[in-house]
Design a protein around this ligand. Structure first.
Ligand code: ZN
Length: 150
């Protein structure tokens, strides 16, 4: 069962984000990087903010990711999520891609189990119209697990 209901509307995406979501439809989490200077960039932009090059490449998300920050939602902003309260909105970072942060959710654990800096692994859940959404759960590996897990 998805973390949030599939009835939750999927927002219209900007043109430059189309390729990011096309990769997600193939359940591949890739981030844009500059083809000249290598600077990673998310959300995707038409021009590198570092060197203004329009040459772009896509890099596989280096895992595990890490929980940079989060908030816990207690009041439904849309009727579709009312039965899913409380839920978290997580800001996930990828230490090997400095500056890249992805807004997502951490699933399979209650909000009280979230710890800033915890290692996360990627899972895919279908959202509206079957669009696969990248979500995360605490990593279970010995090298990147959450505190207390071994
Ligand atoms: Zn650049």
């Amino acid at each position: 069962m998805p973390y949030l209901p599939a009835e939750l509307p999927f927002l219209e995406t900007a043109h430059e984000q189309a390729e990011f979501w096309a990769h997600c439809r193939q359940r591949r989490l890739l981030f844009q990087a500059c083809g000249e200077c290598g600077r990673p960039c998310h959300p995707p932009l038409p021009i590198c903010p570092g060197c203004q090059s329009a040459r772009r490449v896509w890099r596989q998300a280096p895992l595990p990711a890490r929980l940079y920050s989060y908030t816990v939602v207690h009041h439904a902003s849309h009727p579709a999520v009312k039965a899913h309260l409380p839920y978290n909105i997580a800001l996930v970072e990828f230490p090997a891609l400095p500056g890249v942060r992805l807004i997502s959710n951490v699933v399979e654990v209650p909000p009280t189990a979230l710890v800033i800096g915890m290692a996360l692994e990627l899972i895919w859940q279908d959202g509206a119209n079957g669009q696969p959404l990248p979500r995360f759960r605490p990593a279970t590996s010995r090298t990147g697990g959450p505190p207390g897990a071994s």
